[in-house]
Structures are given as C-alpha cells and as structure tokens.
Design a protein around this ligand. Structure first.
Ligand SMILES: [Zn+2]
Length: 321
C-alpha cells in the first residue's frame, strides 16, 4: 500500500513539473494507486495496454460496438480524460476527445498522428483512373480537411506505424512513472517484435496475388498500399458517408473489369450497401475489420488476431498464394 502511494505521489509530482499545472490533484490515480491511461479508440487502447502492463489502468473511450468516428463523451468520460495521467488520442479523428483534451486534460496528452507519421489519403501509386469521387466523398474530404488535411487517420493498418506509437507510449509512461521506465521500454520492445512479425506475414501473404484491388465499405484501409493493395471505398473516410448511384455504378463496372470476387463490409456499420453492391454485381461479401473498435462478435479477439483474420480474408478474395 505504501509503495503504491509513493508511486502515485511521484507521478503527480512529475506531472506537475511536466505540465506546470499547480492545481493538479492526486485524483489521477485509481483507488488502488495505479496510474490511469485513457485512449480514444481500441487500437490505441490495445497498444497502451501492451506497453503499460498490469501496472496501469487503461480505459478505452470508445465502448465495444460503438463507432469511434462520431464518438460522444459522457460527463464521466470527460472527467476520466481530465484525471488521466496520460491520454493517448489521435487529433482530428474524434472531435469530442480533442475537445476534452483541450479543455480538461490535466496529465500528459499524446497525439499519435505525428508519432505514427500519417500519410496522405492518395498514397502515391494509387491508380485513380476509375476513381471519380461523388458529392458525398467530396463533403467527407472537406469534413476531414478541417482537422487532418488530406491525411488518412487509419494508420494502425500498418503494424510498423503502430509500433512507433508503442515506443512513444513507453516514452511518455517512463516520464510519468520513472521508477518503472525499464519495464515500459521492455514491453514496447516486445510489442515491436510482435508487430514486425505481423508486418512480415502481410508482406509475404500479399506478395503474389491475382488481383490487387479491394472494394471496401469505408475508406479505412489505405495504408495497405505498402503491401500492394489498392483500395476502392464505397463510402468515404467515415462510415456515415453515403455513395451516390453514380458511385455504385462505377464500382460495379470496376468489379466486372478487374474480376473482383468480394465486396468487403465491416461489423460496426450495417452491411446493406456492400450487400446490395455485391448482389448487383453477382459477387460475394466478406468482413474486413477496420479494427477501430471491438464488437460483441470480437470480444475474444485483439488487434493481432483481427489483423490476421483480415489477412486471411484478403488472400482469399484476391487469389494470393
Ligand atoms: Zn474510419
């Protein structure tokens, strides 16, 4: 008990020094004296948990089954952001979290975008010949332009970018809780090993495929460009965006032209659009999980198992050997 109190007190002192916030109270520590980390959405929570271990309590602001793009925070959750020792979030992705961080965060706030190295939506080699965004996608782009410019927020589809976030979380925790710095860095190193293995699996699994285009419901898979995947989204960056009939007609033609076998939907949004498109084009549907959050169907999964499920779905759809 004494040891826990000392840890909490040390952390509070360190944070006060870090943020220059004199009014900082010890409410940041949990009842059992553990530090608290609050994460904006599941991939960030998962990384924080991997790095923090049992020493720290990690909370995900996006509840299972919730769509993180349009997250709203309860007063309790806003209070959790205010009291957290560390907030791990992606600026520009979740307006409610941005606002809570700006107005109330008393601890350290780690914006993972610059850490991961966000890339433009149009990932260079993207073949844009068949891509004529409809009105909705323009609106969507404008929406995201306010915060992220033309940057794609879904960086966790690239395991190596997530590893960078792990290193940064370790760095932040080491500053807040110096006595356990070695453990945090060791955990981040172990996490990096797992993520590099996953990256190798993706590179090998997608190296020899009959097709490289995938049709997905929302534009959350752009970072798969590193593995040669070219993404055609039905909707825009957010799952709420509605495609026009012209968008759907264009995608139908693409499916025929490229011999695409599968239209990918996801678990957190209704499958009606991808199902309609697939039925009209006479192809099948399958799930490709953007891994923005867990659902009732994936409570036993984690980032690694969901990424491996996605890889299996991709290799099947695109005829990879
Ligand atoms: Zn998304």
């Amino acid at each position: 008990m004494l040891r826990q109190l000392v840890v909490a007190a040390t952390a509070t002192t360190a944070l006060s020094a870090l943020t220059g916030c004199g009014a900082f109270s010890d409410s940041s520590a949990t009842d059992d004296g553990r530090l608290t980390v609050v994460a904006g959405l599941y991939p960030l929570q998962w990384v924080a948990q991997q790095v923090a271990g049992d020493r720290v309590q990690v909370e995900d602001l996006t509840q299972p089954g919730q769509e993180p793009h349009d997250l709203e925070l309860s007063p309790k959750e806003t209070g959790d952001v205010a009291a957290a020792d560390l907030v791990v979030y992606e600026k520009g992705l979740q307006a409610a979290v941005d606002q809570a961080v700006k107005q109330t965060a008393g601890g350290t706030a780690l914006d993972v975008g610059p850490v991961a190295g966000l890339e433009p939506l149009d990932h260079g080699g993207h073949d844009d010949v068949t891509h004529h965004p409809g009105q909705t996608q323009d609106e969507e782009a404008e929406e995201s332009a306010k915060d992220l410019g033309d940057l794609d927020p879904h960086f966790w589809q690239d395991p190596l970018k997530l590893a960078k976030v792990g290193d940064a979380v370790a760095e932040a925790l080491a500053k807040i809780d110096a006595p356990h710095a070695t453990a945090y860095h060791a955990n981040a190193e172990a996490l990096r090993t797992k993520l590099e293995k996953l990256d190798h699996e993706y590179a090998a699994g997608l190296a020899h495929c009959q097709r490289d285009v995938i049709v997905v419901s929302h534009n959350a898979f752009g970072y798969l460009w590193r593995y040669g995947i070219d993404v055609e989204p039905i909707a825009g960056l957010s799952p709420d965006a509605e495609p026009t009939p012209a968008d759907l007609g264009r995608l139908q033609q693409l499916i025929k032209k490229d011999g695409i076998t599968t239209v990918f939907g996801e678990r957190l949004v209704p499958a009606s659009l991808s199902k309609t498109l697939a039925d009209d084009a006479g192809v099948t549907t399958a799930v490709l999980d953007p891994i923005e959050g867990l659902t009732d169907a994936t409570t036993d999964d984690d980032y690694l198992s969901l990424m491996r499920d996605n890889l299996a779905a991709l290799t099947k759809a695109n005829g990879c050997q």
